[in-house]
Structures are given as C-alpha cells and as structure tokens.
Design a protein around this ligand. Structure first.
Ligand code: ZN
Length: 160
C-alpha cells in the first residue's frame, strides 16, 4: 500500500541541506510514525512520504513546502543580559527569548561579540531546499488504538 495520512510508516532517512547531512535516523534503526502525527520530523518530510510505497525514498522539498523563506528581520542583536544568568552563549546554542509582546520565541545564537549576541529566530532550515533520501521498510494501516492514542505501538513506536 501507499503512504497516506493515518497509516503507519516504518522508514529510515537522511536529510541533506546544501550537500551536508543535517539530520538522519540512527543507522540500522528505522523509525515508525503514525502519518499525520510526525511532529518531531524535519519540515516537509511527512508530506513527501505521501504516495510512496516500500522501497527507495528520495524527495526534494522546496523551501515553500519545507520551513519557508528566510526572513532577515528575524536576525537581531541583543544584550548578553537578555539571557538567563549563567547561560552558555555559544554559536549554535538555542534559547527562548521574550519578544516585545512577552511571547517566548525560539532563537539560535549565530554570533557572539563581547556583550552583543546575534540571534536568529528563523525556523531551522528556513530558506533551504531539503533533500531526503532513505528507505521505506513498511507501510500498514494503523490500528484503532493507535489512531486513538496518536502514536505507533510496537516496533519503532511506543511500548506501553
Ligand atoms: Zn499508545
């Protein structure tokens, strides 16, 4: 059968961005997702699986269907004092900062210069075309209980 929302897909993947591997399942350890509930997957992957069946997986997801365009206005420079006391401010670290409206915004540190810290609030992979490659090991109908719980039971899923 082919992948569609509400089925269980067991698969492995590697995500490449600009030719570099940015994410993957652990080698030899396929994951199982209840399609439509794969919140922890990188952007665009779940949609890219639709219509595929067991076997080789390759999908190129343009930024419009992945994390969207990169917004340069989401790159700002803030003070070290805006971070929690004792925060380790290194490039690549992630924090939640409050915006002007008091909302928590996830940011990544992209530069540190003295007390000035440049952060990027764009979603990871914003502005990027995402290339997925991998292998679909199996596609099956979800059980009523899995649909009810919103996750996969058994191999590759939740044991309880
Ligand atoms: Zn469950």
């Amino acid at each position: 059968m082919k992948v569609r929302p509400g089925c269980v897909v067991t698969f492995e993947y590697v995500l490449r961005v600009d030719g570099c591997v940015e994410d993957s399942t652990p080698p030899g350890e396929p994951i199982a997702i209840l399609h439509g509930h794969g919140y922890s997957l990188p952007p665009g992957l779940e949609d890219a699986l639709v219509g595929l069946s067991t076997g080789y997986l390759r999908a190129v997801v343009p930024l419009e269907r992945a994390a969207g365009p990169f917004d340069p206005e989401k790159v700002t420079t803030v003070n070290r004092a805006d971070f929690p006391l004792g925060a380790v401010l290194e490039v690549g670290e992630q924090f939640y900062l409050q915006d002007d409206g008091g909302r928590a915004v996830a940011v990544r540190v992209i530069a540190v210069e003295g007390d000035r810290v440049t952060v990027d609030a764009n979603a990871p992979f914003a502005g990027k075309t995402l290339e997925y490659e991998g292998w679909i090991h199996g596609v099956r109908e979800a059980t009523a209980e899995e649909m009810d719980h919103g996750h996969v039971h058994g191999e590759g899923g939740t044991e309880h």
